[in-house]
Design a protein around this ligand. Structure first.
Ligand code: FES
Length: 163
């Protein structure tokens, strides 16, 4: 599946912010992160020129917030909550399964670019633990069986798109 088909370039996105000053840095970073799903070195450089800010400043601000990432995310960003409520209801088992099934470590993306795995400390839904999210859609009271099905279905879906 090619999610980048209609993606705007960094320069095109910056045209949405005419006369922007440095106070627009975070909205610009968010807009580019939302569109590209990460901040490339080229994007950082282009933003730096656009706002007349040093590259180190742009990078420094972006790296302060964990909403921004600097490597391309997989098509599916799976976040596994490892807070206390999720831990006691089985999130470690789920995490281990996903990492071993996808053969990656946390914060990594599979070679086919399909999955990125992240760990969060509390997703804010402890009463519904264990919780995972896939592209910001929450799956609560998730079981290992549910996870197996979800991963399998996502893989199948992608195979269909490739045909
Ligand atoms: S600990 Fe997982 S939602 Fe709070």
């Amino acid at each position: 599946m090619d999610s980048n088909k209609c993606q705007k370039s960094t320069t095109e996105i910056l045209e949405e912010f005419p006369n922007a000053k440095r106070d627009k840095l975070i909205p610009i970073l968010q807009r580019i992160q939302d569109s590209h799903r990460y901040l490339s070195k080229d994007s950082i450089r282009t933003i730096s020129r656009f706002l007349n800010l040093p590259i180190t400043k742009v990078y420094g601000v972006a790296s302060f917030y964990n909403q921004f990432c600097f490597e391309p995310l997989g098509e599916y960003e799976i976040k596994i909550c490892r807070g206390t409520a999720c831990h006691v209801t089985g999130s470690l088992k789920i995490l281990k399964y996903i990492l071993s099934e996808l053969k990656i470590n946390e914060n990594e993306t599979t070679n086919d670019g399909l999955f990125t795995i992240k760990i969060v400390s509390c997703a804010g839904a402890c009463g519904l633990a264990p919780v995972i999210s896939i592209n910001e859609i929450f799956h609560s009271q998730i079981t290992l069986e549910n996870v197996k099905k979800i991963i399998l279905n996502l893989k199948k879906k992608e195979m269909i798109y490739e045909e």
